[in-house]
Design a protein around this ligand. Sequence first.
Ligand code: M1P
Length: 244
Amino acid sequence: MPIYDIYLFDMDGTLTPARLPMTESFAVWFREFIRKNDVYIVSGSDIDKIKSQIPSDIFNNVAGIYASMGNEFYKNGAPGYERKFEPPQKLLIMLEKYRENTKYTGKLFPNYIEMRKGMVNFSVLGRDCPYEERIKYKEWDNKNAERISIQKELSAIFNDLDISIGGNISMDIVPKGFGKEQVAALLRNKFPNSKIIFTGDKTQKGGNDYSLAQALLACGNSEIVQVDSPDDVINKFKSRTIDF
Ligand code: M1P
């Protein structure tokens, strides 16, 4: 039996613009790609956000989707496993205090502590903000490093948690070992002999795809493709000699 390569793609910034739906031109290319290859998707976002960004036929036809950092799995559009995480009370109290005492003077929005399968996403700004407010906060945070300072403080207190800054306004909190990197072992166990090719926009040190990229390299027989946008995915794959 031939051994096929396995393709794993990050979503935000890789298959879609950050937090926005996949463009139609990208979908046309990607449909053809998933028809000819075994494709998995991994994201920090939960399944509802993934559904809102990926066209339903693609959502249903990829080989699998690792949502919420791999803490929730969907196969052919149907739920597979999901992990549980009960965040410590002390953490929740601290998150409330960060929101109350932020130095950000712009408007704040609801849904600032989002419980997802196996993880918590925290955003001082609040996830239910309009897109313009997201950009405003992101620019403010780039100058004022609020998220980095919260991340450092929490990491020093909660040794059993991993706190990572993946997107533009929030941070992801998971029990140690249950970040995106868990997907390396899950795929390697499923496909012991296949080459795993992981494409992401943040595979370099400091990025939220870095731990997964490193875990895959440690497993062996893998390749990391760093991209900076969905257009770059198409360019990089066009310039490879893959028959699809
Ligand atoms: O996929 C990257 C990140 O995307 C979102 O981040 P933000 O809302 O901060 O831009 C979140 O879904 C986050 O969990 C995820 O890691």
